[in-house]
Ligand binder design. Structure first.
Ligand code: ZN
Length: 137
């Protein structure tokens, strides 16, 4: 499995059976699937999502959005539960207008599930951690 480091952009090859064993980036030492959401931006979004082979689940949010802030701890909890199985990421739609407009995000929070950089599923509205885990599958 290829997993791109969200810190330095390096593509790391991780054997399937090691995905859940705290793999770290070969270049910068950052934990690749740390079980917590990573920040994606207009600058690194494509590099991380297109070359990462585990599912990437993106939470599109903004700081002024009450339901987004309510969902944040639930999303973090889901990231912990999905550690080693999926990469959970957050995109601040105000700070990253290019990605937000490419995905035509009209309401937030919206979660988009990507596989190999392509959207396979999306849902809008705040969800509980268990619902997020169930939705990611
Ligand atoms: Zn790195």
């Amino acid at each position: 499995m290829h997993v791109v480091c969200s810190q330095c952009g390096t593509t790391n090859r991780v054997p399937d059976e090691r995905l859940t064993q705290d793999p770290v980036c070969g270049r910068c030492g950052e934990e690749l699937l740390a079980g917590e959401p990573v920040e994606l931006t207009d600058a690194n979004f494509d590099a991380v999502t297109s070359r990462t082979e585990v599912p990437v689940v993106v939470d599109f949010w903004a700081s002024w959005c009450g339901p987004c802030r309510m969902m944040a701890p639930q999303f973090a909890q889901a990231a912990k539960a999905l550690k080693g199985r999926a990469l959970l990421a957050k995109v601040d739609t105000d700070a990253n207008p290019q990605v937000a407009s490419r995905f035509a995000i009209r309401s937030i929070p919206t979660m988009v599930k990507l596989q190999g950089g392509r959207e396979v599923q999306r849902t809008s509205g705040a969800m509980q951690a268990s619902q997020i885990v169930g939705w990611v599958g």
